[in-house]
Write a protein that binds this ligand. Sequence first.
Ligand SMILES: NC(=O)c1ccc[n+]([C@@H]2O[C@H](COP(=O)([O-])OP(=O)(O)OC[C@H]3O[C@@H](n4cnc5c(N)ncnc54)[C@H](O)[C@@H]3O)[C@@H](O)[C@H]2O)c1
Length: 339
Amino acid sequence: MSSILVTGGCGFIGSHTIVDLIQQGYHCISVDNYLKSDPTVLDQIHEITGVKVRNYAEDLTDETALDAIFKSNDIEGIVHFAALKAVGESVEKPLLYYKNNIGGMLSLMQAAVKHKVKHLLFSSSCTVYGDSKELPVTENAPIQKASSPYGYSKQVCERIIEDVIIGQEMNAAHLRYFNPAGAHESLLLGESPINPPLNLIPIITEVGVGKREKLVVFGQDYPTRDGTCIRDYIHVMDLADAHTKALKHLMQGNVKNGKVEVFNLGTGEGTTVLEAIKAYENVSGKKLPVETSERRSGDIPAIFADFKKAKSTLGWNPKRTITDIMDSAWRWEQKRSPH
Ligand SMILES: NC(=O)c1ccc[n+]([C@@H]2O[C@H](COP(=O)([O-])OP(=O)(O)OC[C@H]3O[C@@H](n4cnc5c(N)ncnc54)[C@H](O)[C@@H]3O)[C@@H](O)[C@H]2O)c1
């Protein structure tokens, strides 16, 4: 039986995507060294789907280990999530990020070419657009100079894929995520507690359960409708659905061999920080302790996706709203922090 190799399959987006792939009839294996996750995720996937996924606890940069995995499985497609993702840490430890994210990509591509893998999906990010002048941002918006080693690693990986697959019997897609959040409806999967939250939604839910004293809103003088930054939050299960649809699109041969297609994955709805807080207060019935502070350097005022291409090409339409995202994120946080 042919398999889909999910790298980083025990991480946040990888685990939710495996659930969706299994439920759509795919056979998945995973490579995850548990750098930012743990093996209990596999039990949770089993509980949701009834399927035990095999994870190879190997580092992607280990070419020998990777080659052995490809030799012992018939891998038809790869969904490549495994990477380090903390922007601030990448500024402090650029070599770590380049080694892990670009090094991992290089050994994965080497194995994929050697073993004639046909399809590849890559986890990219809206960070490639920087502070885009065009809003909502389309896939044609110019790529801006990356402001961190993390952001640059995404740009380099996109380019590596584009260069390597020329002349190969392989097609690929870069999936540029906006702001993934939320949890599986069963509350068996959600954002890993191993990753200290850096994004607004898990920080809000941590304040909500008392793990943090207060929420600090950085800047209330941005040129937006209420003066706070706008981001495009996308539910992780909508994102998972997009991966399954994009994989199907590649497998149906809709993208020529040697070519890469790019898709923005967001809801098209920008949410301000104050609106996100309101959404939390509505679902939880609790008031959040909020403090305001000066703008933080590096934050762009607003970004949200034009996802028409994913909608018309893949038939993808994100179903969950900011309220659904907040509701599942809050219930996930409560489950992990019983009071
Ligand atoms: N979550 C977001 O906000 C976001 C936004 C845009 C893009 N992305 C990208 O999506 C992908 C998945 O993100 P996530 O939120 O699920 O992150 P995550 O940290 O939850 O998952 C990544 C997984 O990859 C594994 N991993 C990392 N390096 C590895 C290596 N060298 N070998 C083997 N395993 C390794 C980790 O152990 C972890 O389980 C990443 O590439 C990330 O950059 C995430």
